[in-house]
Design a protein around this ligand. Structure first.
Ligand code: ZN
Ligand code: ZN
Length: 257
């Protein structure tokens, strides 16, 4: 594994460490590419302040900090500037306008809310509602179809506790779309290390059986999470169990233009 595209910074209010610490951790682990993809600012009405992302006015500082470090470390590692973005139909066009004003290399899709953070639900809340599952899958597919996302982060974030057959019905649609649209699915290391409900075998076995392509994402909210699969206890076993083979983990970046 030579690349990780999923790295946060303190601006999201739930990550620790400096950008430099993430970069030095990545160099120490032998990575050739480190992509930062902190939780994107969203162009919400000014009276709504999200507690899990930077504000739009913090975006210039994020980009400037990373541009300077990219220059400083250019001989040692390739730094990319990205964002982890929820596809929210109501805000997406404004969001693209906002981030295109900066040298942002890529975005990944992390569908934390359906249909948006202000009026919708958090995808990670336990649910047995098929309607929620269906709307998560529908919205995620709609987002992938925009063609802007370089990959789909934690595709199985939706925490469905209903029947497996219902789960598979809908997740098959999501996986098919990812194959048709060539959007790789992320196996999320942070969730695995934290013992979260994702990444889950029921999703990833199905996805590999269907022929999806995969990327490992550290989803580092802390420099210690910058690691290779073999360094994370039981993670390689999980990949083997799901029949996921990993290579250099280099992803084709989709331009935002
Ligand atoms: Zn986060
Ligand atoms: Zn993330």
């Amino acid at each position: 594994m030579l690349a990780n595209y999923h790295t946060h910074t303190v601006r999201c209010h739930h990550a620790g460490g400096t950008e430099r610490e993430y970069i030095e951790a990545a160099i120490a682990k032998g990575f050739k590419v480190l992509g930062f993809s902190d939780h994107t600012p969203q162009p919400y009405p000014p009276q709504y302040i999200s507690g899990i992302r930077m504000l739009p006015e913090e975006l210039p500082g994020y980009v400037e900090t990373l541009c300077a470090l990219r220059e400083e470390y250019r001989e040692e590692i390739r730094i990319l500037i990205g964002l982890e973005v929820e596809y929210m139909p109501r805000y997406f066009d404004d969001l693209l306008r906002l981030i295109r004003a900066y040298p942002v290399d890529y975005i990944i899709q992390g569908q934390h809310f359906v249909p948006d953070e202000i009026t919708g639900f958090y995808a990670g809340d336990m649910t047995d509602s098929e309607e929620r599952l269906q709307s998560y899958v529908d919205l995620t597919i709609e987002g992938m179809k925009t063609g802007y996302f370089s990959y789909l982060a934690h595709p199985d974030l939706l925490y469905f506790t209903g029947p497996d057959a219902v789960y598979q019905n809908h997740m098959r649609r999501l996986i098919s779309a990812s194959i048709d649209l060539s959007v790789p699915l992320e196996v999320n290391m942070y969730g695995f290390i934290g013992g979260r409900w994702y990444p889950h075998e029921r999703f990833f076995s199905l996805a590999s059986e269907m022929g999806a392509s995969f990327v490992i994402g550290c989803d580092a909210h802390n420099p210690k999470i910058i690691a290779k699969p073999e360094e994370v206890p039981h993670f390689s076993d999980f990949l083997t169990k799901c029949d996921i083979r990993t290579g250099d983990n280099i992803v084709k970046i989709r331009p935002l233009a």
